[in-house]
Design a protein around this ligand. Sequence first.
Ligand code: GFB
Length: 322
Amino acid sequence: MKILITGGSGLVGSAIKEIVHFENEDYKKKSLKNENEYVFISSKDCNLTDIDITRDYFSKCKPDAVIHLAAYVGGLFRNMSEKIKMYEINTQINYNVLKVCDELNINRVLSCLSTCIFPDKTTYPIDETMLHNGPPHFSNDGYAYSKRMLEVHSRMYYENKNRLYNCIIPTNIYGKYDNFDLEDAHVIPALVHKCYLAKKNDEDFVVKGSGKPLRQFIYNLDLAKLILKVLFNYNDKEPIILSVSEEDEVSIGDVARTIAKWFKYEERIKFDCDSADGQFKKTADNKKLMTLFPDTEFTSIDKGIATTVEWFNITPDYLIRK
Ligand code: GFB
């Protein structure tokens, strides 16, 4: 099978690349043939907001399946300030990818959503059946409504054209290869970068918000393995949540303290309570995942953050936008 991965140079795409690279090496050692070929593309290879360019690229590539990860993303603060871009760019990309895949008779598309697109006012834990049960949190409604339509669009192809188009719903993702931008990044890479600078400049390590909100973080390499399992083994119409358990939910404050611990800079943490907290929590249920794939294991947040900090410290500045 030839598998095309959009968003191939991002946080999750890079993790899939690492996983399949090791799998390929393993196959070589065992003198077996790996039957799958993976093609990773970024916006430099193909502008997915343009349907003609997308059609041209996909028709030349001729994939059997697509893992659709490409998206215009960012942390809470980018989501609040760039709602229109979040909605428009993601809607263009998602429409073009599904439309072109159908036109070219590509029968398998697995697309990536996020637990931040679930309703804000809800009961917990949230499960796959609750996606459209009410408005998302106001802080990221541009992104959320666009992603919800990706789920709707995929389901329509499944129902009317028998296409195996379905979606995964991961929780907050972190790890190596992330965007470490100080303003626009997600919380873990932003705080890794901030803690590094605070220590370097002998300043306070300032964490935005109260530190009280709760999140379930999934390490990108764990997610990459799960995505491949889902691609080959999950054929249902409904999306599937990819998450650690409810017990592994942690506060932003604890995450900040763990980051500071790995930098040996715990004494100077300060919480900037004038900054937004975002959604208090979006606790997701991983029952469906654990029933289908009971051998799933997760990297602890402590180990995952340690690896991320280590990667940040050894990676050249230009790759992580220091
Ligand atoms: O990663 P983050 O932006 O994702 O985390 P969300 C936001 C939480 O971390 C808030 C706190 O409680 C912030 O107050 N925080 C503390 C920081 N310091 C920082 C910082 O320097 N940068 C950031 N970004 N946060 C996003 C959604 O929400 O979740 C997206 O807006 C997305 O749509 C993603 O899909 C998974 O969980 O709040």
